[in-house]
Design a protein around this ligand. Sequence first.
Ligand SMILES: [Fe+2]
Length: 316
Amino acid sequence: MSAKIFIDKYIKQFKAMNPKYDVIYTVSKDDPITFEDSENVKLSMAIIADTHLPNRESAEKNLANTFEDIKNSKESFDAFLMAGDIADYGTNNEYERFFRVLDKQTAVDKLLVTMGNHDARIFYKNSTKIIKDKIKAYLDDKTGKIYYSCDIKGYTFIVLCTEKRMLEKAHISSEQIAFLDRELARGTKDGKPVFVMCHQPFAETHGLPEVWKTGDMGEQNDEVRAVMEKYKNVFFINGHLHGGIFEKVAEVINEENNVHSISIPGYRKENNFGITDCGVGYFCEVYDDRVIFRARKFISGEYKTGDYTRFEYKLI
Ligand SMILES: [Fe+2]
């Protein structure tokens, strides 16, 4: 490693640790979110991932920007999805900051969250308890499980989550896989799309393993994928890779059945490929015949344009 690379890396790491260098974003009202066909939209959601929230006021403010951006729009949003790695280390202070923002927001109706490996790897029990309590509070879920499903405006959402402390991957029990199977069967029976969320993506999707050697779901990967591939119009939302808006953001999981996977960029930090901006997620518009995902820099209230910023899927 040359001296310059070493020094640059050191400075970057130092800045990342030091609140003094935090950028606090403001939300522009110049170009608010508009749907492509507001009259006919049946369901809408904003999706972010990997907030890795540190115990810092700046990060809390920057997260609140997402809801401010949604609120600035004239469109109504039914749900907010956060695809895991809520907290950076999983401390109580970090969760307090994250959930203070969610508890206060009035921009969306339903809040769906899941744990990522950063939530699960150190304080597994404590994080699980905090997040289960929130699932219960936000969705009136009485199962007491860390994985769950809910119906919003007649559409089914299924949220998968590791049931064990893991460093990076997820442990999905056979009970959870059976639950996924049942809920997919129920949610797709009338031909409607179903949205599944898990922090970790499938192996060999979104540029894996090149983009991140150990970035896949883990041991139950093939089993979970096989279940998802059985059903029609399934959209799998995941995070974890911090890939940015790049050529591997969207992946076809099963062409015949119209099963797709979307890798949501990391919110908190700069991403690794393509458009690397932090604070970017996707919002989703669901119509009777199609589903559209569009990139949005929620942290500052801006559209991102260019390749891979819009995906449209015809429903079958
Ligand atoms: Fe992660």
